[in-house]
Design a binder for this molecule. Structure first.
Ligand code: GDG
Length: 496
């Protein structure tokens, strides 16, 4: 049994250049925690871009050496490569199209060329570590071509691929000039995972129409190989959020918010800055709620965190301006001397603050226009240790498939969202607890550790099946050869 190699665009560490040298901060994200049990042991390794540009060879060596101690290996990329592969093809072609924003999608041949080149660079780096008996788990839309690139060099390796964002319907996907190449790249995997069954269906339909392969219960035959496609809804580190919500630090932090939140009901909203998250529509729905239910003025505060992201891209800059203006307009329209309807922060917060916001809030308003899964809603659920609180969740988030005890809304329907806020505010404590209990049992059972185990086990099962099939093919082949030999021998006898 070989080692396990994890590959993602970014390594789970942030490296900064400081006056006294380089500083390394490990990522505390859910994926890094879940995969920690894998990449940190033995010879296993996590490969990815370290997040900074390094031109100097001795600095590269220093970084590689330091990362090696943490079972990580850097894939160094130039500024131009990142601009064209990551900001370009990944974030202005694949991201908008896969989130159903075709009008935001750029189709740039130059970006595509760099995307191929960078996937090739990842392949070459991987081959420095990987062997034919290794397990290789590739993550996300930045590396769609990588599975097949590795397969061509290591035909027997176990290759898994998981896509964290949605896979769009064929009618959207077909717009891509490079659609067939991308599918063929993914099909180099033994196992392809998505968050939801809808993503699986969309992917299989595109494979059928563009590559001409039929599937049987998600199983494809790619030449002589099995490629299994299935859904693996990603979970969170439940106990981390549950424990944090009970901790002294969180309780202290909550007390420090008392002054500015007063005794109003609190609605929490947390996202990265992104048009897929539906932030302007959410603000408009809150505005409509205050208009339709004016008795709640002064009684409810929307605590809105927008985490800066991709702000070099013009579309994101415009979105930021739109949000700033909407917040200003709504606060100006409804606010009072002693009440600000929206408390808005354009920055990220430390984990303890996040835990405090989840725990103190009465409602979480999670209304993406499209989201692969959405972990924020699961984190809110895990933090509600007294089981009161209501989740309002968009039907367009992958999480809605599992969390049917939330108030499910269409994020384009502003009156429905405004009414859902009212319904949440007037929901009896008994109903809140009943719903939250169901939600917690789902999120607790299918946590990040369960997700990692399930994916790895499924990859094993595909490989087993693949092995059995090869043995069968081999023995069938030998039988056939025997019969042929026998026939030839008979003929020889007749003629002699
Ligand atoms: C992609 C897919 C899929 C947010 N603000 C702060 C902070 N966060 C953390 C949250 C949460 C994460 O960021 C956001 O995760 P999401 O799942 O909501 O969204 P994406 O970043 O778009 O993730 C998504 C996910 O991949 C996993 O497959 O669910 O659909 O788009 O964990 O807690 N963390 C801290 N401070 C903040 O201010 N510390």
């Amino acid at each position: 049994m070989g080692k396990t190699i994890i590959i993602s665009n970014r390594l789970p560490v942030s490296i900064q250049k400081k006056e006294d040298g380089l500083s390394y901060t490990p990522s505390a994200g859910g994926l890094a925690t879940g995969l920690g049990s894998i990449y940190k042991s033995g010879d296993n390794v996590w490969l990815g871009w370290p997040g900074l540009y390094v031109t100097n060879d001795s600095e590269k060596e220093e970084i590689a050496l330091n990362l090696k101690n943490e079972n990580m290996a850097p894939v160094f990329l130039t500024k131009e490569e990142i601009e064209r592969f990551y900001e370009g093809f990944s974030n202005t072609t694949l991201w908008p199209l896969f989130h159903y924003f075709p009008s935001y999608t750029s189709f740039d041949e130059g970006y595509w060329e760099t995307y191929k080149l960078v996937n090739q660079i990842f392949c070459e780096e991987t081959l420095k570590y990987a062997n034919n008996d290794d397990i290789i788990w590739i993550h996300d839309y930045q590396l769609l071509l990588l599975p097949n690139m590795i397969r061509e060099k290591l035909p027997n390796a176990s290759i898994g691929f998981f896509q964290h964002i949605p896979f769009p319907s064929f009618e959207i996907f077909r717009n891509l000039p490079w659609r067939k190449e991308l599918l063929e790249g993914m099909l180099g995997s033994d196992l392809i995972g998505f968050h939801t069954y809808d993503d699986v269906r969309h992917f299989l339909s595109s494979v059928n129409r563009l590559v001409g392969l039929d599937n049987k219960m998600g199983e494809l035959r790619v030449e002589e190989r099995i490629c299994m496609v299935d859904s693996f809804p990603m979970g969170i580190d439940y106990s981390k959020f549950d424990n944090a919500a009970r901790s002294e630090n969180t309780i202290k932090e909550i007390a420090s918010y008392d002054e500015f939140l007063g005794d109003t009901k609190t609605i929490v909203s947390i996202d990265r800055l992104d048009y897929s998250k539906g932030i302007p529509d959410r603000l408009l729905a809150f505005d409509l709620f205050l208009e339709n239910y004016p008795e709640y003025k002064g009684q409810v505060t929307l605590l809105m965190i927008v985490v800066p992201s991709r702000d070099q891209v013009e579309l994101y800059r415009q979105l930021k301006v739109e949000i700033d203006e909407l917040v200003g307009r709504i606060n100006g329209k409804h606010g009072k001397i002693d009440w600000t309807p929206i408390r808005y922060f354009y920055r990220s917060f430390p984990f303890t603050s996040l835990s405090a916001m989840y725990r103190l809030s009465d409602i979480a308003l999670v209304t993406p226009l499209r989201d692969g899964m959405n972990l924020v809603c699961k984190e809110f659920i895990a933090s509600k240790i007294d089981q009161t609180g209501v989740l309002i969740l968009s039907e367009m988030a992958g999480a809605a498939k599992e969390l049917s005890d939330a108030l499910i809304i269409n994020p384009n329907n502003l009156p429905e969202m405004a009414d859902a806020i009212h319904k949440a505010l007037t929901m009896s404590e008994e109903e809140q607890i009943r719903r939250m209990d169901e939600l917690q049992s789902v999120v607790k059972r299918y946590d990040i550790h369960n997700w990692v185990q399930l994916f790895m086990r499924s990859l094993d099962v595909v490989k087993e099946k693949q092995h059995e099939m090869s043995v069968k093919q081999l023995s069938n082949h030998s039988k056939f050869e025997l019969i042929e030999d026998y026939k030839k021998a008979e003929k020889k006898n007749t003629f002699s």
